[in-house]
Design a protein around this ligand. Structure first.
Ligand code: FAD
Ligand code: SF4
Ligand code: SF4
Ligand code: SF4
Length: 404
């Protein structure tokens, strides 16, 4: 039996839904708690106590799913337009394009209205929906079952997600498939879908306009940086493109501070160097300091870790045309702490949820740090500097010298 069934301890369930998909007796469904996180609910009448749900649970079986530490590489896509659409160096786009060119299928997270769900994509035009980090829990739905079907039909499948989602998929499949390639993300944790949904609704109310799209990391706003959200809205057929709104910034600051995560994220068994996916993808934070000789760093650089022979094979394809260099994994991890440890739990987390739902103005006051116009001007200056490589180099050298 899944541990959560006995303990009802929210830290015991990451919400991957593998148990629901494996249960042939439809004994498991999901219900959301007050914070908006979904948890399994067992219909005891339907349950035949077969124990399969426990066998596919990544929170139970994490240790078995970890691959030994792999080799690390810096990666940057040569396609400038798609690099701009990617959160870091575009490694996800490069792999997806290669898989689709072989008549394969790609699975990743996409917006569906104000919520994020995993989606199956079989053509290049739809890849854009999966691109970009969505800092919220993505609903896997029944994609594990869809993957199984695709694999059985001999299609090549590339599935990207958080490490717990990748472990859930592999446990659900219960056997190795040569035609499956998985990518896990270095993961800071995931806020609840309800928090994002309500954040967007607050902006809609303020603008009296209808939500169209949301980018957590828009390089057009703040270059390759962590905090550069934008979103767009429609009113009377007129589009509003919003940068640095107080609602989005507050959401982002609370997320980065680690105050909005699902409880399992503070006890995550996957926040370590051994990984669940054939490859691991992340931002290569700290690359400017470690490898100032790399070109175009300001445009975004991915960290790519190959954890299996499939990952190594992929590297040959990715090296064609794009920028790839082997780097020191330990050094890279020192600048990306979720490769080494979980996001720490603090009591602020409970306070943040209370503030958000009971005193939204108080939440904004706590997490919206900046003066809107100051932030906007700063964003334009940063973007201008990052967009001009030689100015970026001069400013980097000056900052370095001043720090010394
Ligand atoms: C919740 C979350 C936390 C992260 N934490 C870190 C971190 O601490 N350190 C770090 O270096 N990188 C982190 N990342 C990864 C980082 O944001 C970039 O996704 C990564 O650098 C890959 O960028 P890219 O340029 O290759 O492609 P992108 O085009 O940005 O690729 C995005 C990929 O992420 C998948 N994805 C997006 N949102 C979700 C989601 N909510 N759930 C599951 N999969 C999703 C997409 O399907 C796609 O495969 C995190 C990502 C997410 C979603
Ligand atoms: S024990 Fe078997 S029947 Fe019962 S919920 Fe789990 S998978 Fe379903
Ligand atoms: S972690 Fe996944 S498999 Fe385990 S109980 Fe939660 S939803 Fe089910
Ligand atoms: S931090 Fe761990 S439990 Fe939370 S979403 Fe990421 S991989 Fe899953």
């Amino acid at each position: 039996m899944i541990r959560y069934r006995d303990t009802l301890n929210s830290a015991d369930c990451c919400g991957c839904k593998a148990c629901e998909q494996i249960c042939a007796h439809q004994a498991i469904s999901f219900r959301s708690d007050d914070e908006g996180f979904w948890y399994p609910f067992i219909n005891e009448t339907n349950c035949v106590h077969c124990g399969l749900c426990e066998k596919v649970c990544p929170m139970e079986e994490a240790e078995k799913m970890l691959l030994p530490q792999g080799k690390a590489y810096a990666f940057q896509l040569s396609d400038k337009e798609q690099l701009l659409n990617s959160s870091s160096g575009g490694v996800f786009f490069a792999i997806s394009s290669s898989v689709l060119s072989e008549n394969g299928i790609v699975y990743g997270a996409a917006f569906d209205g104000k919520i994020v769900k995993h989606k199956r994509v079989d053509c290049q035009a739809d890849i854009i929906d999966l691109m970009g980090s969505k800092y919220v829990q993505s609903d896997i739905g029944n994609t594990y079952s869809q993957v199984k079907q695709d694999l059985k039909e001999g299609r090549k499948v590339f599935y990207a997600g958080t490490p717990c989602q990748i472990a859930g998929l592999k446990l659900f499949l219960r056997k190795e498939y040569d035609n499956l390639l998985t990518a896990d993300l270095v993961c800071h944790g995931t806020p609840s879908p309800k928090i994002l949904q309500d954040t967007i609704s607050h902006i809609e109310d303020r603008l009296n306009a209808r939500f169209k799209s949301y980018l957590f990391r828009d390089k057009r706003v703040g270059g390759w940086s962590c905090s550069s959200s934008s979103s767009s809205y429609e009113k009377n057929n007129k589009q509003t493109y919003l940068k640095y709104s107080k609602e989005m910034e507050a959401y982002f600051n609370a997320f980065i501070s680690g105050h909005l995560m699902r409880m399992s994220c503070y006890h995550c068994p996957f926040a370590r160097m051994e990984r669940s996916g054939d490859i691991t993808i992340a931002d290569y934070w700290g690359v400017k300091k470690l490898h100032p000789e790399f070109p175009n760093i300001s445009k975004g650089m991915s960290l790519f870790i190959s954890n299996s022979s499939k990952g190594e094979e992929l590297l040959t394809i990715l090296s064609d045309n794009n920028f790839v260099r082997e780097v020191e994994l330990q050094q890279a991890a020192e600048n990306n702490r979720n490769l080494l440890m979980t996001t720490p739990y603090t009591k602020e987390r409970e306070l943040s949820y209370k503030l958000f739902f009971n005193d939204y103005k108080g939440f904004l006051k706590k997490y919206y740090k900046g003066n809107y116009f100051k932030a906007k001007i700063k964003a334009h200056v940063i973007y201008f500097i990052r967009d001009n490589e030689w100015i970026f180099k001069v400013v980097s050298k000056l900052t370095h010298a001043l720090k010394k």
